[in-house]
Design a protein around this ligand. Structure first.
Ligand code: DIG
Ligand code: MN
Ligand code: MN
Length: 392
């Protein structure tokens, strides 16, 4: 009997891929496809061949071409449903393509044209119905065209109001239709527009607070997008967890200062990826882990499968490293030294009272002694390196 691979994924890991990820045909702005374009059934079969995948996500037009007839759509859905059943895959998330068709050249929910904005809301309503047909309970909004290429083209306050109007309407529609969706807003700073509105997850968290149904709206942070903005993805996800708004997550990798590379998860920034997996484990994130990424343009079918398998394997390896970190006596002894708590002081500032304020003001802190406390971060970081490199 073959030894069970400790890093083999299972559907319980909730790893998911979009149809557009492993189905990416290798086209880029400077070159034509290098791979045969796979239809949705073939993409599901590919994921089935890889094994251990929990689910597959789609934009409406990844599944149903924008000009498909109702009869063509029915056939596609029937065949897709059969493929899902064949491999036991779920559809946890759905979303709308509001960026490919030329009609969205100036945005969808924030187009300067009221007709385009209305069409975008209608298209999203239809896509929500499609997602609900396949059991999706998370609905992602990525506004790839919501932005400007010149500031004078659009007033950002007006654009924000239009975006809010659309999301409020669609939240109400989801409730009206009893879809049970949780909406997840995905930020990106630029590309394809020069300046995308609500560019980072933090912007989305602020925006959500002003919505009519903010309780059903969270975020879908993507590693590459926050990295493009020069932010620390681990801290970004920490903000989302703190706000109880991490409804979905797009995992991939990215080199700083480059276009959106959507690289295989953990293929570039091992250390960031480790700290991210640690954060998700430490805070009990139990949502889908979506690899919004694609294989290199140079990859063939077999290499695309290796890309998908590698994405999940990397996550499982980092998971095992996190458990090692959290149980390593030397590392935990250091962590214990670094974090100093004091119940008496904690009692003073946990909840304000004029009494506690007076008591706090009366304390004579020894500033020099506080400053002299040792913080062995170099040792901790080196032990982390040793652990990640298999030297511990
Ligand atoms: C790009 O990062 C976006 C689109 O691929 C999609 O709308 C969303 C869902 O993961 N991510
Ligand atoms: Mn991306
Ligand atoms: Mn994404």
């Amino acid at each position: 009997m073959a030894r069970q691979d400790a890093f083999a994924p299972t559907p319980a890991d909730k790893f998911t891929f979009g149809l557009w990820t492993v189905g990416n045909p290798g086209r880029d702005p400077f070159g034509e496809p290098t791979r045969v374009k796979l239809d949705p059934v073939k993409i599901v079969d590919l994921l089935g061949e890889v094994g251990g995948v929990h689910g597959v996500n789609f934009h409406d037009n990844d599944l149903i071409p924008i000009d498909a007839t109702p009869a063509e759509a029915d056939t596609i859905k029937r065949d897709f449903r059969k493929a899902l059943r064949r491999h036991g895959l779920k559809v946890p998330m759905a979303t709308t393509n509001l960026f490919s068709d030329p009609v969205f050249k100036d945005g969808a929910f924030t187009s300067n044209d009221r007709h385009v904005r209305a069409y975008a809301i209608q298209k999203t309503m239809r896509a929500m119905a499609l997602g609900a047909e396949f059991g999706a309970k998370i609905y992602v909004f990525w506004g790839g065209r919501e932005g400007t290429d010149t500031n004078v083209a659009k007033d950002p306050v007006q654009a924000g109001a239009w975006f809010r109007e659309a999301i409020n309407f669609l939240c109400a529609h989801s409730k009206d239709m009893k879809y049970g969706y949780k909406f997840a807003l995905e930020a990106k700073p630029n590309e394809p527009r020069g300046h995308i509105f609500l560019p980072v997850t933090g912007s989305m968290l602020g925006f959500i607070a002003g919505l009519d149904h903010s309780e059903m709206v969270g975020v879908n942070p993507e590693f590459a997008h926050e990295q493009m903005a020069g932010l620390n993805f681990v801290q970004v996800v920490g903000e989302a967890l703190d706000a109880k708004k991490l409804f979905h997550i797009d995992l991939n990798d990215q080199e700083v200062g480059r276009f959106d590379q959507d690289l295989r998860f953990g293929s570039q920034s091992y250390k960031h990826a480790f700290a991210l997996v640690k954060l998700l484990i430490d805070h009990g994130y139990n949502g889908p882990k979506h690899f919004d990424s694609h294989a290199y343009r140079t990859s063939d079918y077999a290499d695309v499968k290796a890309f998908a398998a590698g994405s999940m394997r990397t996550y499982k390896i980092l998971e095992s490293k996190v458990h090692r970190f959290n149980s390593d006596r030397g590392i935990q002894a250091l962590v214990g030294k670094i974090v100093r708590e004091d119940r008496k002081l904690a009692g003073l500032t946990a909840k304000y009272s004029s009494k506690s304020a007076k008591a706090l003001l009366a304390i004579d802190f020894d500033r020099k002694a506080l400053a002299s406390r040792s913080l062995p971060y170099e040792q901790l970081d080196q032990l982390t390196f040793d652990l990640l490199q298999g030297a511990r």
